[in-house]
Structures are given as structure tokens and as C-alpha cells.
Design a protein around this ligand. Sequence first.
Ligand code: NAD
Ligand code: TYD
Length: 355
Amino acid sequence: MIMVTGGAGFIGANFILDWIAAEGTAVLNLDKLTYAGNLGNLASLTNDSRHIFVRGDINDRPLVGRLLAEHKPRAIVHFAAESHVDRSIHGPDEFIQTNLLGTFNLLEEVRSYWNGLAQEAHSAFRFLHISTDEVYGSLNADDAPFREDTPYAPNSPYSASKAGSDHLVRAYHHTYELPTLTTHCSNNYGPYQFPEKLIALVVHNALAGKALPVYGKGLNVRDWLYVGDHCSSLRSVLARGRAGETYNIGGNNELTNIEVVRMICGELDRLRPRASGTYADLISFVTDRPGHDLRYAIDATKINRELGWRPQETFATGLAKTVRWYLDHAEWVRDVTSGAYRNWVEQNYLSRGNT
Ligand code: NAD
Ligand code: TYD
């Protein structure tokens, strides 16, 4: 079996569903169930013995040590993190606790477990660390996309905490020869995304007839990766990636935020037209994010050349699937937008004001 951390979150849950469908082998899922963790994402596995869920913190070393000894995973896929830039601006503490200290505590327990493995299991073992393109900082419009050797320049508490965790992973390979793999992906979108990140939030607000908040002038650029493509890339990296290496994963879909928001509105106008007007009438420009990175872009040549991976979805096809999924899963959206969610909306948006 493999062990996944943070498997009740957006990408982790998609990864577990994809893994069980594609590989068919068991997954031990360790997740603290923060506001972002939702077992409803894995409801289709409720009676499937291949999914073993344990609620717990990656900082709980006795628990992690026990789970490793008991289940003897052949690999760890480490997603658990605080993942939202805006939340890291409002309160960075949890980001240091989970992303930096949590990764350290996990690495220590994994190192001890790995050292005790018999030779064959020892050499086949892998620690796959899921990082982000944000550790490379911000690009100008005409800069070349991020490569694996682009220097680190994180700008937000979130990206700084992820950069710190990447350095620890690198050091555990260099110093202890732990067989690590690190991936840096661009912005994911797709089913089961919590409606705090741009695409899920805009779909959610549009359907509720609420304003669609665009920070600044909406001209910041992101590369968008469909989560199913991300999951397939991670299976490739785990199967054939070289220990100690890093791989950048992108969707070849660079767009400004305003383009993204307008495309979502267009998709909704097609699938669920409003009584009058278009969803684009709801767009509202609000005060910008402090320290807002202008542009992220990924050069995914290495993973393509070494592992033969490339994304299957264009932004148009991935977005159509995503919008359709949210329309078909209104009860999932209702369940995740609890009281805690409403508090967040108040904290992040009411103070911004329109520009
Ligand atoms: P998410 O916020 O949806 O999910 C994170 C999960 O981790 C949740 O289920 C949460 O309960 C769990 N968790 C948090 N703290 C924990 C702890 N201390 N112990 C155990 N579990 C804990 O995040 P996501 O969007 O699925 O992102 C997954 C990973 O991918 C993160 O490491 C993130 O940095 C990285 N990433 C995400 C994106 C993106 O676009 N979403 C892009 C690049 C990289
Ligand atoms: P987000 O989904 O938070 O991801 P990240 O900050 O990790 O890239 O934001 C994506 C882009 O959308 C980013 O440039 C900020 C912008 N944005 C808005 O314009 N409005 C919003 O309400 C949110 C959440 C994000």
C-alpha cells in the first residue's frame, strides 16, 4: 500500500480516487480534517477496504510512527498542507506549523521507518513531496517560465513555508539519501475544490447570484492544470521519477484572472442561463491582494522528456467538466459552505471594498 497525507483535501482526494481506479491497490489516508478536509470527497469509497482513513496530524510523531510500522507503505505521497495564500496573509501560524514543522516531523518518522526496512523494500521506497510553482516567486510578462533550476524566491507566507519544506526534503535526500521526489505544479482546478480558490469560488458565487470578486485589475496570470492531469503526472513521477529529482508540472494554460472569470461566466451562461443578463454582470473589481504575484508559468519539458507525461485537458475542456461537476453536485457545495466558511468570506471580502 501507499500512504497519503492530506487525502481528504482537494488534490489528495482526487489523487486517492484516481489511484484506486487506476492502480487498484490500498491507500492509507492520514488527514487532520481542517476546514479544507472533507470526507464527503471520498464518499464513493465508504465501503471500499482499499481506503483506510485515519484522522490525525502529521505533527503527531507517535501516531505517524505507529501507522508506518503497522501498514508498511512502499511510498508516502505528501499533500497535507495549509494551501491558501489569502489565509496565509491573514494568519501565517498554521502554515509554519503544518507546512514546515509538519513536513519535518513527517520526514523524521519516515527516515526512521525507512532505515528499518529490509533491503528490497528499502531501495524501492519513495517519498513524494507535493510542492508548488509559487516557491519560484513572480514572473514578468516576458520572462521564461519556471524550470526546475529556477532560483527560489517565495513571496507569501504560504509559498515561503512550502519553500522551507522543499529545502528539508532536499536535505533529507542529500544527507540521509532518503529517496525523495518533489513536484512543483501550477494552479489546480476541478471537482471537490473548496470554494475559496478562484475558479471554485467564482462558480459558487455566480450560482448564488453573488459578486464575483476580481483582485486588482484582474491582469495577474496563472497557469491552470486540471486536477485529473495532475493526478496522472504524480502516478508517473512515483513510478518512474528518479530519486532526489524535482519535476515541474503545468497545464500549458496561461490566462489572466479576468479571462478565467469571463470564461467561467460564458460556460455558466451556456449551461444554466440567468433569467436576464449574463453572469459577467456580477464581476466586481476589489482591492488587490498584498504582495500579489504577477505571473506564474511552468516549463514542463523535463517531465515530458523523462517520463513522457503531458496534460490531456485544454483549459476549455477542463473548465467545461469542472463547471458541469459543480452544477451536478449542489449538495456537496452546500455541505462545505458551513458556518466556518461564512466567517472566512466575511474576513477576506467584506473589508476589501470595490475599486
Ligand atoms: P487543501 O487545502 O484542499 O487540502 C489540504 C488537506 O491537508 C486537507 O484535507 C487538510 O485537512 C489536510 N491537513 C492540513 N493540515 C494537516 C496536518 N497538520 N496533518 C494532516 N493533514 C492536514 O489543499 P490542496 O489544494 O488539495 O493542495 C494539496 C497540496 O498541493 C498542498 O501541499 C499544496 O501546497 C499543493 N499545491 C496545491 C495547488 C492548488 O492549486 N490547489 C497548487 C500547487 C501545489
Ligand atoms: P488562488 O485561487 O487563491 O490561487 P493562488 O493565489 O495560489 O494563485 O488565486 C488565483 C488568482 O486569482 C490569484 O491571482 C488571485 C486571484 N483571485 C481573485 O482575483 N479573486 C479571488 O476572490 C481569489 C480567491 C483569487
